[in-house]
Design a protein around this ligand. Structure first.
Ligand SMILES: [Zn+2]
Length: 351
């Protein structure tokens, strides 16, 4: 079994939503449940040793637009959110992450040494990530506080506009050049992340925003859960030009398991073969090399192939990669070492 450190999941969203209905997040994660994708027992079974766990402020009523006769769709962008209700929700997510850590249900990690120690101790290595920074005000003061609470990664935007920049819609087929780039406040956010040592995630941002981060940030370019646009032309996937820039700075792309981002037809359909995932990994490695490709499942945030099902089935992908010819050393990089390398760089750890 290959221990996997994964670049993106929404387990905090599920724990938060179930907590609102009376569930105990610590119990739910530690004992496990039937629904959703990640909990302690299923993560252990599937060799999911840890990952970036998103604080995400839900947009009401987001439903993927039904494709037209040609299979095309453009889901309308979600409305921008107000800051204070977003801050409240972000604090609730962070509190759950901290409660799980305090109870020993998972380990909240702030360094790659923390991650390696948690893996050694066989406890889920969680890293706090923020997917869309609606909870952060223009003065960026809240960023300092979230960093102190464990935040080590953020995407300035989700597929939604905010004071920092602009996100891409869920659309097929569509190029990621769908709108403006970073705002002045967005540029300031990038610089502050560089200063504090918070990884900047380019998933969900417009292509202009991508280039704005590329010319500003001192970190390798990271898209935590995105795939190849050449194979699946949804706006959320990365063009060859973007992949080349990621390669140049030895950044990383985490393979997203969302079927909409894997299938040639961009449809949401759990009957998506593992071969579609292998095809994207092959393409990304051909384009960028073995050091720049990793995993970013989107567990608990997307419809994923039924041949994986949930975290317990995570090794089915690794087995498919192995069958496709990837050797041990390559699988170790894809499964965890590439992530640990770029996290260490973004976090200012000595090489
Ligand atoms: Zn996402």
């Amino acid at each position: 079994m290959h221990a996997v450190f994964d670049g993106h999941n929404d387990v905090l969203l599920r724990l938060w939503a179930n907590a609102a209905k009376g569930a105990d997040p610590v119990e739910e994660f530690a004992r496990g449940i039937e629904s959703g994708h990640i909990d302690g027992p299923r993560a252990k079974k599937g060799g999911l040793a840890g990952g970036l766990c998103a604080i995400y402020i839900p947009s009401d009523g987001l439903v993927l637009k039904t494709p037209d006769a040609n299979g095309h769709y453009v889901t309308p962008m979600s409305e921008p959110l107000d800051r204070l209700p977003s801050l409240d929700i972000a604090l609730e997510f962070a509190a759950i992450a901290l409660q799980l850590d305090r109870a020993g249900a998972w380990r909240l990690c702030r360094s790659t040494a923390d991650i390696r120690k948690a893996m050694e101790d066989d406890i889920f290595a969680a890293v706090m990530h923020m997917e869309g920074c609606e909870a952060i005000g223009a003065d960026l003061a809240a960023l300092e506080v979230f960093h102190a609470a464990g935040l080590r990664s953020l995407g300035p935007v989700w597929s939604r506009h905010n004071i920092f920049g602009h996100g891409v819609p869920f659309a097929y087929p569509m190029d990621p050049d769908t709108g403006p780039g970073l705002t002045d406040t967005g540029f300031a956010l990038v610089k502050e992340c560089n200063r504090l040592g918070i990884l900047i995630d380019l998933a969900h941002i417009t292509e202009k925003g991508f280039w704005d981060v590329a010319k500003t940030s001192d970190q390798p370019l990271i898209a935590s859960h995105s795939n190849a646009h050449a194979l699946t032309p949804v706006a959320r996937n990365l063009t060859d030009k973007q992949l080349d820039a990621i390669k140049e700075g030895k950044g990383l792309v985490g393979l997203n398991y969302a079927t909409t981002m894997l299938r040639p037809d961009g449809q949401e359909n759990a009957k998506t073969p593992l071969s579609d995932m292998v095809r994207h990994v092959d393409y990304l490695i051909d384009r960028m090399g073995i050091d720049c490709v990793a995993l970013g499942s989107d567990f608990d945030g997307a419809t994923i192939p039924e041949d994986i099902g949930d975290a317990a089935g995570n090794q089915n992908l690794i087995a498919a990669l192995s069958a496709a010819g990837y050797g041990e050393a390559e699988l170790v990089k894809i499964c965890r070492e590439n992530w640990l390398r770029v996290l260490g760089q973004a976090w200012h750890e000595a090489a």
